[in-house]
Design a protein around this ligand. Structure first.
Ligand code: TMP
Length: 236
């Protein structure tokens, strides 16, 4: 049975990585997950990310986030940036996502195609039809089954990243860039409200985690209900 691809998206400092880790722990302990895994209906849980979900992708991630030119004219152009994200994705889809899904895994991925629409499309103002075309080339048409958009006020998110210490090349963009990124995720959510679920990331980490678990439990019951997935009682 083909697995499922669940993606976490959001602006800077939205808490994706922490929430993704918590979700993995919760899923591994879920009785239905354990049961379906024992029965071979789900092959396992794969946690991955873009950019940087493969060895080649880690090098591309380093270029994208740490490239630091000495001369202004050597700055990375927006089209170069777009193509590097696409190259990372093509490798990730071929090496990790498709094989894992084919085996029947639940794949949880930190960022995917919607990040390119939001950051390079809305943030950098690159042509949206071109970005969709490039996403299609990089993924060969592989879409997420469910995307969780962790939405947070832009200034609050950027403050969180500053508190963490060093900021990367993307985080260094100005406030208006990050506002456009948020607007991009908002537009995507409105256009694909069944696939993209909005999660309020302003709440406490525990509250956010619990909201995410409810959404995922319900979707897994839709996908695997006939195979024996039973959602946990709401308070559990
Ligand atoms: P993060 O995964 O640690 O949040 O960092 C990845 C950065 O790359 C983040 O600033 C978002 C950005 N990004 C894009 O601009 N386009 C993309 O397609 C992806 C996957 C990420």
């Amino acid at each position: 049975m083909q697995g499922k691809l669940i993606v976490f998206e959001g602006g800077e400092g939205a808490g994706k990585t922490t929430q993704l880790r918590q979700l993995a722990q919760w899923l591994n302990a879920h009785p239905s997950f354990k049961q379906l895994k024992t029965q071979g209906i789900i092959s396992g849980l794969v946690v991955t990310r873009e950019p940087g979900g493969t060895a080649l992708g880690s090098e591309i991630r380093h270029l994208l986030l740490e490239y630091n030119p000495t001369q202004p004219q050597e700055a990375m152009s927006s089209r170069t940036e777009l193509l590097l994200y696409a190259a990372d994705r093509a490798q990730h889809v071929d090496q990790c996502l498709r094989p894992s899904l084919k085996q029947g895994a639940i794949v949880v991925c930190d960022r995917y195609t919607d990040s390119t629409v939001a950051y390079q499309g809305y943030g950098r103002s690159l042509d949206l039809p071109l970005i969709h075309q490039l996403n299609d080339i990089a993924t060969g048409g592989l879409q997420s089954d469910l995307t969780l958009w962790l939405d947070l006020d832009v200034s609050a998110g950027l403050q969180r990243t500053k508190n963490r210490g060093q900021i990367d090349r993307m985080e260094k963009n100005d406030l208006l860039f990050h506002e456009r990124v948020r607007q991009g995720f908002g537009e995507l959510h409105r256009a694909h409200s069944e696939r993209i679920v909005k999660i309020d990331a302003q709440a406490s980490p525990q509250e956010v985690a619990s909201n995410i678990q409810q959404v995922i439990d319900q979707r897994l019951a839709e996908w695997y209900g006939s195979r024996g997935w039973h959602p946990l009682p709401k308070s559990a």
